[in-house]
Design a protein around this ligand. Structure first.
Ligand code: BGC
Length: 635
């Protein structure tokens, strides 16, 4: 009897365990089993370039499995790819080179071969869907040595010239295409309300009207080349970051290393609409087919989870037909529950996730979320259709990989354009006794300063490396010092000593030129409680003053610096921003070959307590600033 009792207990235990195993097993099968690929005819309609893009998209979509669709929504940093075949095995839709991530051989050929290899792997798959390959060519294709490095956007904002911006974006696209990169995470449409933010130089201005005008010009220039006779786009633009970036408050960053970058945007919805949306609306009108969501927080949630803004406002109200991509690790930052974070972001409207690392987990989790009914088929189809629409618009199915010839870089015409842009971006703040432009008969010029002979410094960050490079090793570029030597009259004697330790026994120079400013920084690493000149730079200027009759200070900087106490001792002041590879553009204006035409794209505070000066697009403390927005000294 007792034995029987034990036996029956054992049996029921076994039955329950088997039942649980069956349930787990079938749930697992239900979640993971592959979808059967629909058969594809020999000549599917989506390959017919004469058909309208929407027709090609829906035809291709009809052949895709769930796994193939999810792959399209996956954006991976190229160094995270474990093996080449993962590109086709996971049906990946897009790769990127994070800033500083380059091919083994960082040359045009190296880039071209690397991306062509990735494209070949993607296109040999069942449906042959080409990759988007993205990079931050935010001031030219500046991670490639010998590419043209244009001024960072703040300098183009100072020029105020939309035709110039359009030409620069177009030249950037041509250089990108030579390497196979078909997607640029630019233009930046953020509006910095506070110069302590480390991304001020990536923006055109804090003025929505100017950003709207220049941003749209950039999108047009990048996407549609002058020689482009049909509707095909050349390089995909990414207006970023949606939305309210630049409006974060100091000390609100959710990243413990930063202060304001990745912080909380202080604006109600009416202000978002009025100040931050117009540049995006104009970019969409200009043809933008991709927009990147910011890493900021609005209200009590991260932007990537703001369904109302991403879906109702951006997609419905603004009629955005392209796809929304999240920013670097933006969906998973600050959360342990990656499954839930992914589900919420995709349901909020994110179409492609810049993971950028773990594609295995992401693709598995999206599939599970779909099978569990947490992400609908319709949402996935919508996301994938938007991504494919951009791919067809780029003509990728008709020709993937690099299209321009390798001789595109280095490019003399682009370098001439960059030199012109540098000249147009300079802002004259002070000019005592009309010392500028320098007279042709000037006898002796002394040049000094940490940024005088340093192409890395004058180019700023997002140049070769994310945080930039220090020094003069960029080939075929011209430092500001070299530019001065090139333009000056041959009879003018030019002396250079970085710290201005010139002999006090010799004759004074007629003019001393101090070229000083910020060292490169990117993103939150550039958050700075008091942007100002270093003690070393200030000492250099003082030294120079002792051995020169008058001193011109050239500020190489990504933002206004606090110079209120020092400027009275300087005879002339020029803001050169971060000019890039063509330092001679500075000399062109110093010597009067070209006039000063730039104006300040944002107010220049006199002290830190005034910050933020711009409150929601309006310069609130304008009367107390050292120079107001659009200041320019005519001479
Ligand atoms: C930045 C983006 C950039 C992305 C890819 C992020 O850290 O916020 O602006 O496009 O990285 O490099």
């Amino acid at each position: 009897m007792i034995m029987w009792h034990h036996k029956s207990k054992l049996t029921s235990c076994l039955v329950v365990t088997s039942l649980i195993a069956v349930i787990i097993g079938s749930t697992f099968l239900f979640l993971t089993s592959p979808t059967t690929p629909p058969p594809v005819p020999d000549k599917p309609l989506y390959l017919d370039a004469s058909l309208p893009i929407t027709e090609r998209v829906s035809n291709l979509l009809s052949y895709m499995t769930l796994e193939e669709k999810i792959g399209q929504m996956t954006l991976v940093e190229k160094d995270s790819i474990k093996k080449l075949s993962d590109i086709s095995d996971y049906h990946l839709g897009a790769l990127l080179s994070g800033s500083g991530s380059k091919p083994e051989e960082n040359t045009v050929t190296g880039w071209k071969q690397m991306i062509d290899t990735y494209q070949a792997e993607a296109t040999q798959s069942r449906l042959g869907i080409p990759l988007l390959y993205g990079s931050d060519a935010i001031h030219g294709h500046a991670h490639v040595p010998e590419a043209t490095i244009f001024p960072h956007l703040i300098g183009l904002g100072a020029s105020g010239d939309s035709e110039l911006v359009k030409k620069i974006a177009s030249a950037t696209a041509v250089e990108m295409m030579a390497t196979g990169v078909n997607w640029n995470f630019a233009p930046n449409l953020d509006m910095p309300q506070d110069i302590r933010w480390g991304r001020v130089y990536e923006t055109f201005s804090d003025d929505p009207t100017l950003v709207t005008k220049l941003g749209a010009a950039y999108v047009q220039g990048l996407q549609t080349a002058a020689n482009n006779t049909d509707e095909q786009l050349q390089v995909l633009a990414t207006p970023k970051h949606f939305v309210g970036l630049g409006g974060m408050s100091w000390d609100t960053s959710l990243n413990k290393n930063f202060k304001i970058d990745q912080g909380v945007t202080d604006a109600n919805e009416a202000l978002l609409n009025e100040v931050y949306l117009p540049p995006f609306a104009a970019a969409i009108d200009a043809g933008a087919l991709n927009i990147m969501v910011g890493l900021n927080t609005w209200g009590d949630d991260r932007m990537v989870r703001q369904k109302h803004l991403l879906t109702d406002v951006l997609k419905k109200q603004l009629g955005f037909k392209g796809f929304i991509v999240s920013d670097w690790y933006g969906v998973h930052e600050g959360t342990h529950n990656t499954f839930w974070a992914t589900t919420v972001a995709i349901n909020s409207g994110v179409d492609m996730v810049m993971l950028p690392f773990d594609y295995e987990t992401f693709t598995r989790q999206v599939k599970w979320a779909n099978r569990l009914g947490l992400i609908s088929d319709a949402r996935i189809d919508d996301a994938v259709s938007r991504i494919l629409y951009a791919k067809f618009s780029l003509g990728l199915f008709d020709q993937a990989g690099s299209t321009e010839t390798l001789t595109t870089i280095p490019n003399q015409a682009h370098r001439a354009l960059a030199r012109e842009a540098v000249a147009q971006s300079l802002v004259l703040l002070k000019n005592e006794n009309s010392i500028l432009p320098l007279k042709t008969n000037v006898r002796k010029i002394r040049v000094a300063g940490s940024a005088a002979n340093n192409i890395g410094k004058q180019s700023g960050a997002w140049t070769i490396e994310w945080q930039g490079v220090d020094g003069n090793w960029l080939p075929n570029s011209t430092s500001i010092l070299a530019g001065i030597k090139e333009i000056a009259n041959k009879n003018t004697q030019i002396e250079f000593e970085e710290q201005a330790l010139f002999s006090t026994d010799s004759d004074q120079a007629d003019v001393g030129i101090a070229i000083v400013g910020e060292s490169p920084y990117a993103e939150g690493w550039g958050d700075n409680a008091k942007p100002s000149l270093s003690d070393e730079d200030l000492t250099t200027i003082k030294n120079l003053k002792q051995t020169s009759r008058s001193v011109v200070v050239i500020l190489v900087t990504g933002r206004p610096l606090i110079i209120t106490d020092e400027i009275k001792d300087w005879d002339a002041v020029v803001v050169a921003w971060l000019p890039g590879s063509e330092g001679a553009g500075v000399a062109d204006v110093l010597f009067g070959t070209k006039p000063f035409t730039g104006s300040l794209p944002l107010p220049w505070p006199s002290n830190i307590n005034q910050l933020p000066i711009t409150i929601n697009g309006e310069s609130s403390n304008d009367s107390n600033v050292l120079f107001s927005r659009y200041f320019k000294l005519l001479y």
